[in-house]
Design a protein around this ligand. Sequence first.
Ligand code: BMA
Length: 893
Amino acid sequence: MNYIAWSIACLYVLDGLLLGAFAFEIKSPGVDSISLNGKWNLMNSNSSFSLSADVPGCVHTALQRQGFISDPYYRFNDLAYRWISLDNWTYTTSFSLPAHVRGKEKAVLVFEGVDTISTISLNGVIIGKTDNMFRRYDFEVTGLLQDQDNLLQVWLTSAVIYASQRSHAHTPYRVPPDCPPPVQKGECHVNFIRKAQNSFSWDWGPSFPTLGIWKGVRVEIFNTFRLQSFTTSPKYDADHSSWYVEVELFFNVVVLSKGFVRLFIPLLDSEAEFQLSLTPGQSRKSFVLQVNQNANITFWWPFGHGDQFLYDLNIEINFEGGETFNAERMVAFRTVELVQEPIPSSPGLSFYFRINGKPIFLKGSNWIPVHAFQDQVTTDMITILLRSVQKANMNALRVWGGGVYEQDIFYTLCDMYGIMIWQDFMFACALYPTEKEFIQTVRTEVTQQVRRLKSHPSVIIWSGNNENEAAIATNWFNITVAERPIYVKDYVNLYVDNIRDIVLQEDSTRPFIVSSPTNGIKSEEEGWVARDPYDPHYGDTHYYNYTRDCWNWNEFPRTRFASEYGFQSWPSLSTLSKVSVPSDWDFNSDFSAHRQHHQDGNQQMLKQAEIHYILPNSTDPVQRYRDTIYITQVTQAQCVKIQTEFYRRSRSTIVDGKGHTMGSLYWQLNDIWQGPSWSSVEFGGKWKMLQYWATDFYAPVLSVGVENIGDILIYTISDSHTGEHKVKAKVELYSWSSFDAVCSLESNWTTIKEGESTLVFQRPVSAVLTECGNCTRRSCVVTFHLSSPNGEMIGPQNHMFLSYPRYAEGFQKPNITFTVKDAEIVQNYAVTLHSSFPAVYVWLDVDDVPGHFNVNGFLMLSQSLTVIFGAWRTTTVEEITAKLHVTSLRDVY
Ligand code: BMA
């Protein structure tokens, strides 16, 4: 597969030194670590395939790299290659021990991640089994190792067959759902296996139930002890108004060992030394470094609210035997509270995050797995996505519970960029079994993941599952009244008595909620499964409605916190063309139907589009296909903009007892493959129109225009902490046939307050049109922006339509032409557009040249306009000129 789009060489921030301080793999004193990563042999059950395979890796990647299969994402290959996941596969390697490690006391084989069901043997002896891809496994192999020719084998069982067997063995009652909806073309019973739940298919992704060794493998050999992991948790002591850092060290000890631990943060002039005494067995040691009371601590803030200050914490251990250990870890000081308290004139409770004592509105989206083959996810891919998040003015992501706990580098970059993470545990849209072994493996998974991730300041909340409270409450699986108590009991057992219990024990530095959506405290009062977990008066909500007119903001629930909402669109032709052929490029082709995993998704997109726009009708089929992709992206961007602006302007208002919205995380940021989905960034990193628009609708200070009962209302929303501002709204009306404003209006000066949404302009549409003279609802568009007393423009320019563009009068084909020039900044190109008439949703697409524009999908109200394209690889004026396509709404019909 061609990953050019991903490979931007990670120019941004990957300062080796800085990331070094985040390294989570530990070099323990006295431990020899022998990596077993690299080339292994891979064989299927009847030995008809025998090939070389990388570890970390998976069977699909190996088969593709060795030329046994072509790109699994190509056309219908997900179905053609189903056999791979139905077979059993064995990874084999052999290794010798370097002379200096032979004869040591202990040897442990560490598997950072096995996907998923396996039996592992060393030199013919079974050393263990795995059943959970989210766990690390340490198998003691002392006495089994030879100096040379050790044979290590990992016998993987088909996840699909295992899940089916477990489900059939579960006889007392069913644990639904059995299978995904047929449109997803997936496999059944994924809830019976601790594996990425989306790997059996999802409504935005393919079914590739991978098998493999997806993370590193090593042997650790030692005489006295080994340090397995450590955590660093800055905590605030409110009673003494002071900070301390709790450091926990996890050892595996062979013989009694003694020494000293020294902790210090040079920049805060804080230091402490402790005695350390290790007794044989598993040992967890906790130390507290009191931060110097006189030191001035700079907090870590979410992006847009301040800097992401990170301090270097040094850990030094000196053992009596002379062995030493040194580690550096970046720590950050921040507090997080989830505030659920009564709100005046509103029944229910608030639901918002207070970081360092300040209420913060979460602006962002939901994160899904970056690839079906996790071994192919690179740091570059993660960096591109997280940079896109920050560029779009987002400050938060929810790592959704149907995928994977992300790699360390993901959280490290979020720490550095100030992106707050809402971390789900990996359970989604299903009920789950609660047999002893299942609970046991989940307990280990949760303990390990909390310990792995809790040192990251970016993680601000743990959440038990995705939509499983709602699944029981609103009876997705047709459970009878008589059976319901069994499922509620299982639910409480898994998420409350086990997962919550572990999280509360392991981590007191961030809140935990049991599900999303949930009513929070109210759900707890109702026995953890609320009557209506979507109640807008409590907790968070997920809301989707594809059939109602998305321009009608009255349709949206005025929730406390919108953690999911969204609309689908198709990715660009350049992304799709990598996995399709020209005969597929038709909205009604088998390919278009095959890639759509959401029932009626393609029709829903067009129906929603058709409410507002005339659908593409070019007689050239490929042009019509391109235009249809375009119209789905326009529709998605416009719908999500309207909904997000509604949530942002609801932050400080209460209407009919509802409001005080403090978060909008739309569904979904990224894509797992090249197909239609709710994403704003395509597979490969290309921005859809929605991603460009997010930059504006998530701007720190924003003006929003809406129509309500015949009035034009313009609100200002300010996320800033800089106090009060005076602003006025400058409003202009443009007709579709001229670049000169028909009229200009202004609001009075209004004081806007930090953290509030304020009405700055209100006038009846009829009065505005009369005052303007030459405008009707259909012939003009309203533009507006905020201006400060010294004439500065505050926040982005915005606009609103007074009728749907499909009814626009005087709308002309704009005949946009362009010229491209070198912008004289490395890899930046200036594209100057010339238009004959005002144009709406002007969209620039440079095909497969990776990079993005400074603006895109815009309203063009001037004859000429220059935009900048920043490329992520070397390109030329000629290449951009040849590949650039410009489309505006009036061009597609
Ligand atoms: C939400 C998510 C996902 C899904 C999305 C779109 O409910 O949690 O399960 O992909 O809706 O349907």
